[in-house]
Design a protein around this ligand. Structure first.
Ligand code: HEC
Length: 200
């Protein structure tokens, strides 16, 4: 397994230019004890975001087709991210080296890792946790899968009506041309180290 090592090296090299200081990254399950609770909180938020977004996307794809479902990603994804994050005291988002929405740029701590993974198969990209002083950053790869191709695939897979809606809403779209199994992007989360569960 070379990939995690390479990512870690790239991050340490660029970290010298951040005010965050020396930034270390780990496989999430190998994070040091003092980071484990925050990594778990970050992971819970990512799972919640994925479940809620997938459920809404599939519901709308079945009901209105891909063109209608574009609105789920456009209008609901950012709001769902904010909601899931707030509930957990965590900040979550989605990013990629080829963005549809320029506002989904990676956070500074994730930039080098996102860039290093560009063009890879999702299975070859390891998740990583980052020590960020008083917080933990978590980055998990997202693979291209079947239904994604209607809106992120190659020209022959794209749904024409969805593609038109996407062109209208995202003039800078760079997120088409992906094939099944390729890395589409990442889900990321930041969780505070002093994370405590909401009082019951
Ligand atoms: C109905 C069309 C549609 C489908 C199907 C779809 N997406 Fe998207 N996707 C979008 C739109 C629109 C955005 C921009 C959302 C925003 O403005 O934040 C987006 C954004 C993203 C992003 C955030 C990074 C970026 O490029 O801005 C990721 C990651 C992503 N999609 C992955 C997927 C994956 C994986 C699937 C399949 C499970 C999928 N999408 C299915 C339309 C779609």
């Amino acid at each position: 397994m070379k990939a995690p090592v390479r990512v870690a090296v790239a991050v340490v090299v660029t970290a010298s230019s951040f005010t965050l200081g020396a930034q270390q990254s780990f496989a999430p399950e190998a994070a040091p004890t003092e980071l484990k609770a925050a990594v778990a909180a970050a992971d819970d938020a990512l799972v919640a975001l994925r479940q809620r977004l997938t459920a809404r996307l599939m519901e709308e794809m079945q009901k209105g087709g891909p063109a209608k479902a574009v609105a789920v990603c456009r209008d609901e994804a950012p709001a769902l991210s904010a909601e899931v994050g707030r509930a957990a005291g965590v900040v979550v988002g989605r990013t990629s080296d080829r963005l549809r929405n320029p506002e989904n740029r990676p956070p500074a701590w994730a930039e080098a890792a996102v860039k290093a993974a560009a063009g890879r198969q999702a299975a070859d990209v390891a998740p990583a946790a980052f020590a960020l002083g008083d917080k933990v950053g978590l980055l998990r790869p997202i693979a291209m899968a079947g239904p994604c191709a209607r809106c992120h695939g190659t020209a022959s897979d794209l749904d024409p009506a969805a593609a038109a809606a996407i062109r209208a809403a995202y003039p800078l779209d760079a997120a088409t041309g992906f094939r099944a199994g390729e890395l589409r992007g990442f889900a990321w989360a930041e969780a505070p180290l002093n994370h405590s569960l909401p009082e019951k």
